[in-house]
Design a protein around this ligand. Sequence first.
Ligand SMILES: NC(=O)c1ccc[n+]([C@@H]2O[C@H](COP(=O)([O-])OP(=O)(O)OC[C@H]3O[C@@H](n4cnc5c(N)ncnc54)[C@H](O)[C@@H]3O)[C@@H](O)[C@H]2O)c1
Length: 255
Amino acid sequence: MRIQDARAVVTGGASGLGNAVARHIVSCGGRVTLLDVQEGPGLEAARELGANAGFVRCDVSSENEVNAAMQAAAERMGGLNLLVNCAGVIGAGRMLGRSGPMAGDFFAKVVQINLIGTFLCDKAAAAIMQQNTPTADGERGVLIHTASIAAFEGQIGQAAYSATKAGLVGMTLPIARELAQFGIRCVSIAPGIFRTPMVASMPPEVQESLARQIPFPARLGEPEEFARLVAAVFEIPMINGTTIRLDGAIRMQPR
Ligand SMILES: NC(=O)c1ccc[n+]([C@@H]2O[C@H](COP(=O)([O-])OP(=O)(O)OC[C@H]3O[C@@H](n4cnc5c(N)ncnc54)[C@H](O)[C@@H]3O)[C@@H](O)[C@H]2O)c1
């Protein structure tokens, strides 16, 4: 499948990595629908992208909202063959924080958005994709998860976040195996440290410390680089059931 033929839903598309993915797909001639909880920035992002982009307000942690948004997106794009899950929250916090042990509800909320939200979007998209007419290669669609290198070497304060990202890595292969019969692939990308509003929300000394730990290129990743990998995954059928690190060889230290 060529990226200009993408009919893509991008969650978290109002900001950061998701927004860069949407821009890249539209610049290549594809169509996108942004799903996000941020209505103003989402509408503005879609307006900037022009006629090949639209926005649907959707909280990915709500099954009903996801089902309705996925259906609406497929209808307005005239199909759906790519889902890029970028919606996520940073969920930082120590198990034994300054103000006491982390509340179980806080941990659960991070899981509900980052992990269960991705699963809800995956299955709603796959249910639509399985009806697609297959390409000559037998392909019907691609599901992409945005994991993180915190799935593998989470830092202090990332117990909740790392658990969700490791969950995304873990479900990639069983989903790819199950959906192989429909020609639907599932791939996770584990970014290192990228220049987005999420990273900008970290204290400057944390950002500097992380950038110093990247062997090469010794800088934060650009969201456009993430978007180009998404396009490559979409276009290369052999990439399936795996997690690709995109991280300049960083291996994060405990803090
Ligand atoms: N920036 C990085 O360095 C980095 C590294 C590794 C992984 N990631 C992952 O990449 C993804 C995108 O991160 P980003 O850096 O672009 O962050 P970001 O904060 O710029 O964008 C995240 C978007 O998700 C949306 N969102 C949050 N909760 C939502 C919900 N319940 N329903 C729908 N939308 C929701 C936000 O409104 C926002 O627009 C996240 O999953 C993040 O964990 C980012």
